[in-house]
Design a protein around this ligand. Structure first.
Ligand code: 0A1
Ligand code: ZN
Length: 881
């Protein structure tokens, strides 16, 4: 992607040649042809040499351009509207642009589009230019006034950012609403919504005694599913005030849900637009995971109001400035709401699991990029787990290096310096360091910033040496980082390493070592016996820790480590070690897989533990994901990885049969449904138990547990228990799965989000003799399938291609053929979604032959298509490079 056309480089950043101070937009909404009148006040940026004004525009029909009320000459160049004859001097001038667009034909879901009978916008990153000609870049911040006119019966609700200042009737059954946003903002935060919507409303009073109106807008039938989103919003407002002293700066804060959305949600100023998946929930239709995701996404978007909106990004290379920081904030929010230490730890483990199963592979593949990328062809491809999740880990390390209070001081400093500005990742780390002079961050700032500039997951190799004579234990820590595209060699990172020493089941040391050199040795004198080191406690840095733990040490950590993260990690390492040993055994058959007694007993010990949190037990007893296991191998046969993991799970199911029975009975009842960490943890463990009981039953021919599972599926009072039971039947491949699936569909056929689960479960089920691809193809023809709806496309196609490696990587390459067809099909109407699917084969170079060649061929087939979008082109060209 280096010399390619249209590549944008971070190094080429130039401030804008003009500023836009105010924007007045007037919309006449019509699905076929919406008219947009855009009146702006501009002035030259005196710091830049005089040059023409170049406005971005895409898919617009331009009708008229006036400068200070007069017609003017203009030309089109590379899709931009170029104005050369502007008034001389530095006086502000008025520019009026009249254009039209076609929302009903806009299948990309970027810009102004229709979903059902309503209008929505999505402007991040570069969608505003699909609404009007503009300096569509985040460092141009303007004040917006928006007038919306539309048919009143079809579009009774008309919304935009800020405050409603006027509304009224017009002729011909039309009406209008006028909105003024009191805050300056970049164009990517503009939003407009119009349609038949209803709102749950809540008035709140802030700590400072200010009144605010909170609203959650949905389609009329969905109002009863908005309570949790509203509660989450209220909790978010309270949390940001309490933890960071950041109040809501608007009289009114709105969330609107749409079922057609490319991503999770969007933080438009005062008018967040959400995928319904992250708003709608009832105990009958949403799982515990859905409830927690809603809480965290509502929090995330709300927290953007300060980290992203009040202080925004100078350019899109700085995306992690807002995303990494805001993910960090939503993670902290969820942890604080979870309350108890064990529930916080569970959340931390879940976050690390996402990082390691999704971001680590990204960092090792063809799309690897630094948290602050250097170049892109299509910015939408860089809304990645690296920018978001690794970016959050970088912010977390800053907090670790300056302490929690120091971090709060740093945030205060950041807002004091930069409120109202468009800034860079360096500005952020500078503020945190400056507020904490003398801290480890301030001392190492330049080096610390390599986390923003160097891609790849660092390795920390630890080697312990015990000298019994002197009673000294020494630990050598060495770091390295594998090459990534464009970055063959890396300089050492600043790596905070949480470290404990355990001797005889007792913790004798606990602290934080900051590794800055390529290699450092720590010594611990005066010890009676060789300690067990607990390294990288709390997952204190986003690195791979290499340490040759003997099994006894892992068993000791699993039994005793005071750090819950490393306690869980010890169990994962025990399981991973076994999986890798099987995978490295030539000619291994499924029947050769026999888990050893110490491992099984350790797992039993955790499952039966008298005091451990059920949610934590569920995490320990879940084997490492197939993708995580695959990342540890040089070459991968995904079907073999699946076979090994599946066989290990089956062994755990059989060996712990009575323990699973016990666990299920102990945790099956949870009283009235509440999606809190405690009772959801109990449901999770009951669900995992049921799954293992069904798997064991498949092996033994027992019909009792499948029967009980079906009964639970039918009787369940909530979606979590119901779906877990259904999943147990489907995953174990029991014949009761088919009637249960049919019943599930019949019950929930009118609920789109539940149907998404129904599609996803079938597409993600374990492959039996190559049966999944035919099922997926059949489901593509199901009357409820619609590839144009991103949620539905993801639930079927992505669940198969991205989340079911054992079924997707078929020796006959039919999975790859299916993938390439879907990528091209999607690309024709929604490039963003297509490009995400295109990434399913990112790791093709790791595949064993003949899969590797077949995958390459499939990617090449996509790359050879004419008219590919930039989005897909960038992904496939990088993959083939
Ligand atoms: N800023 C949003 C994510 C988002 C990004 C791009 C979108 O359209 C291309 C939509 C949403 C967030 O972080 O939640
Ligand atoms: Zn975000």
């Amino acid at each position: 992607m280096r010399e390619g056309q249209n590549v944008i480089y971070r190094a080429d950043y130039q401030p804008p040649a003009y500023w836009i101070d105010t924007v007045e937009l007037c919309f006449d909404l019509d699905p076929a042809k919406t008219r947009v009148l855009n009146r702006m006040k501009l002035r030259r940026n005196a710091q830049m040499p005089a040059q023409p004004l170049r406005l971005d525009g895409e898919e617009l029909n331009l009708a008229r351009v006036l400068v200070n009320g007069q017609g003017t000459s203009f030309k089109m160049e590379n899709g931009q509207l170029v104005l050369e004859n502007l008034p001389a001097g530095d006086e502000p001038f008025e520019l009026e642009i009249f254009s039209t667009c076609a929302p009903a034909k806009n299948t990309t879901l970027s810009g102004l589009y229709t979903s059902g009978d309503s209008f929505f916008t999505q402007c991040e990153a570069e969608g505003f230019r699909r609404i009007t000609y503009f300096l569509d870049r985040p460092d141009v911040m303007a004040s917006y006034t928006v007038l919306i006119r539309a048919d009143k019966a079809r579009y009774p609700v008309l919304l935009s950012n800020g405050n409603l200042v006027d509304q009224g009737e017009l002729d011909d059954g039309r009406h209008f609403a006028k909105w003024v946003d009191p805050h300056r903002k970049p164009s990517y935060l503009f939003a407009l919504v119009a349609g038949q919507l209803v709102a749950r409303e809540q008035r709140i009073t802030s700590r400072a005694g200010k009144e605010h109106l909170l609203q959650v807008y949905v389609r009329p039938g969905d109002l009863d599913k908005t309570e949790h989103a509203m509660n989450s919003l209220m909790a978010s407002v309270a949390w940001d005030e309490a933890r960071f002293g950041l109040p809501l700066d608007l009289e009114r804060f709105m969330i609107v849900a749409t079922s057609d959305f490319n991503m999770g949600a969007m933080e438009n100023k005062g008018l967040n637009i959400f995928n319904t998946k992250y708003v709608l929930a009832s105990q009958a239709t949403a799982t515990d995971t859905d409830f927690f995701n809603i809480e965290s996404v509502v929090g995330h978007e709300y927290f953007h109001n300060w980290t992203g909106n009040r202080i925004t990004c100078r350019d899109w290379f700085q995306l992690s400035l807002k995303e990494g920081l805001t993910v960090f904030r939503d993670q902290e929010f969820s942890m604080d709401l979870a309350g108890e230490a064990s529930a916080r730890a569970v959340k931390r483990i879940e976050d690390v699991r996402v990082l390691r199963t999704m971001q680590f592979p990204e960092d090792a593949g063809p799309m690897a990029h630094p948290v602050r990328p250097e170049q892109y062809l299509e910015i939408n491809n860089f809304y990645t787990v690296t920018v978001y999740e690794k970016g959050a880990e970088v912010v977390r390390m800053m907090q670790t290096l300056v302490g929690r209070e120091g971090f709060r001081r740093g945030m205060d400093q950041y807002f004091q310096r930069h409120d109202g500005q468009a800034v860079t990742c360096d500005d952020f780390s500078q503020a945190i360091a400056d507020a904490n002079p003398g801290s480890r961050l301030a001392q190492t700032l330049e080096q610390f910033r390599r986390w923003y500039s160097q891609a790849g997951t660092p390795r920390v190799k630890a080697e312990g040496r015990w000298d019994a004579d002197s009673g000294i234990y020494s630990l050598t820590l060495s770091q390295s980082c594998p090459p990534t595209p464009d970055q063959p060699a890396k300089d050492p990172f600043v790596i905070p390493i949480g470290l404990g020493l355990i001797s005889g089941g007792v913790e004798i040391a606990n602290g934080m070592h900051v590794l800055t050199e390529q290699s450092e040795t720590l010594t611990f004198p005066g010890l009676q016996s060789e300690p067990v080191p607990s390294i990288l406690r709390g997952f204190s840095a986003p690195v791979v820790l290499e340490f040759d733990y003997p099994d006894e040490q892992l068993l000791a950590l699993l039994a005793h480590d005071a750090d819950p993260f490393n306690r869980w990690e010890a169990g994962q390492r025990l399981a991973l070690g076994r999986a890798l040993a099987y995978l490295r055994t030539p000619g291994l058959a499924r029947s050769d897989i026999r888990l050893d007694a110490p491992f099984v007993e350790a797992m039993r010990g955790i499952l039966r533990h008298p005091t451990l949190d059920p949610a934590f037990k569920e995490l320990v007893l879940t084997l490492p994901a197939e993708t995580y296991i695959s990342e540890q191998l040089d070459t991968v046969d995904p079907q073999r990885v699946h076979m090994v993991r599946d066989a290990m799970r089956e062994q755990l199911a059989q060996a712990l049969f009575h323990d699973w029975e016990w666990a299920f009975e102990q945790h099956r009842e949870n009283g009235a449904y509440r999606p809190d960490p405690r009772s959801s943890g109990r449901r999770a463990l009951a669900g995992l138990s049921l799954m293992h009981l069904c798997i064991a039953a498949r092996k033994s021919g027992d019909t009792v547990w499948p029967g009980k599972t079906l009964q639970r599926f039918k009787d369940a009072s909530n979606m979590t228990d119901r779906f877990n039971a259904l999943t147990a039947l489907v995953v174990s491949g029991h014949e009761l799965a088919a009637p249960a699936l049919a019943r599930f569909h019949a019950t929930f056929q009118d609920d789109a989000l539940v149907l998404d689960k129904w599609f996803a479960l079938q597409a993600g089920a374990p492959d039996r003799g190559g049966n999944i691809l035919p099922i997926v193809k059949q489901l593509m023809n199901h009357p409820d399938f619609n590839i144009r709806n991103p949620n539905r496309a993801r639930s079927l196609i992505f669940s198969y291609c991205n989340a079911n490696p054992g079924a997707f990587h078929r020796p006959d390459a039919a999975g790859y053929v299916f993938w390439s067809e879907r990528v091209t099909e999607l690309d024709a109407f929604n490039p963003q979604v297509a490009a995400r699917l295109a990434r399913a084969l990112d790791r093709w170079k790791k595949l064993e032959e003949p899969l590797r060649s077949a995958a390459r061929e499939a990617i090449a087939r996509v790359a050879a298509k004419p008219d590919l979008s930039n989005d897909v082109r960038e992904v496939v060209t990088r993959a083939l490079a």
